[in-house]
Design a protein around this ligand. Structure first.
Ligand SMILES: Cc1ncc(COP(=O)(O)OP(=O)(O)O)c(N)n1
Ligand SMILES: Cc1ncsc1CCOP(=O)(O)O
Ligand SMILES: [Mg+2]
Length: 216
């Protein structure tokens, strides 16, 4: 999850996959393996908003080995303590997901990503705190989450020209619309629908995203 060298092309930009909001773990295990085998994926974020800690534990125990077998980092959404307890590679925290500084200490040596919406100020704060990446969005309309913050590619350009810390773009990103985000300097494109809801299936979704990143 570190940014490789950055230039004005797509070099270094990678796919950041997020799970669908709901799934049956046993079946999803196979879908995930197939998706990860279809092309480059830097990490998987387990994002189960309505699940109990036990559900998250079961999903992690099933899915993390699938990721690790393919050298894909496994990041847990929302809960740094649970990410630590379950041995995840890191956690992604939003602005209301607890104590960022405490999470940074707890997850020493692991990945900590922080949602910064469309705010330069929040991104600077996250950087100072030691975040491994900052996430900006939403860039496009999305059916996956009700969003109140809307970002434009300029924030990626501003951040990537100024800072070494990688930036993630999120929100309604597809193979068709991602070009400007890659060219603006996004290090990772985080997607749900573009892969899991792809008309030809998740494998086609991963292939299409990687082709679009490469062509940007
Ligand atoms: C990579 C990435 N970026 C942003 C988010 C959104 O996090 P948050 O604002 O906490 O919203 P929820 O995902 O918790 O609904 C994310 N999950 N991942
Ligand atoms: C979790 C999240 N945070 C901002 S937009 C979003 C949803 C991303 O999903 P999709 O790629 O389907 O728009
Ligand atoms: Mg959150």
């Amino acid at each position: 999850m570190s940014a490789a060298s950055r230039d004005s092309s797509s070099a270094g930009c990678r796919l950041y996959l997020i799970t669908p909001p709901r799934f049956a773990v046993t079946r999803f295990r196979e879908d995930l393996a197939a998706a990860l085998d279809a092309g480059d994926v830097a990490c998987l974020q387990l994002r189960l908003k309505d699940a109990t800690p036990d559900d998250v534990k079961r999903a992690t125990e099933t899915l993390m080995p699938v990721c690790h077998a393919r050298d894909v980092a496994f990041i847990l959404n929302d809960d740094a303590g649970l990410a630590h307890a379950l041995g995840c590679d890191g956690a992604h925290l939003g602005q209301t997901d607890g104590d960022h500084a405490g999470a940074r200490r707890l997850l020493e040596g692991r990945i900590l990503g922080i949602t910064c919406h469309a705010s330069r100020h929040l991104a600077m704060e996250a950087g100072e705190l030691g975040a491994d990446y900052v996430a900006f969005g939403a860039f496009f309309p999305t059916d996956t989450k009700e969003v109140v913050h809307h970002a434009a590619p300029e924030i990626l350009e501003w951040w990537s020209q100024m800072m070494e810390i990688p930036c993630v773009a999120i929100g309604g990103i597809t193979a068709e619309n991602c070009g400007p985000l890659v060219r603006a300097g996004a290090d990772f494109l985080a997607v749900v629908g573009a892969v899991w809801n792809h008309a030809d299936g998740p494998e086609a979704g991963v292939r299409a995203m990687n082709a679009a990143i490469g062509a940007a």
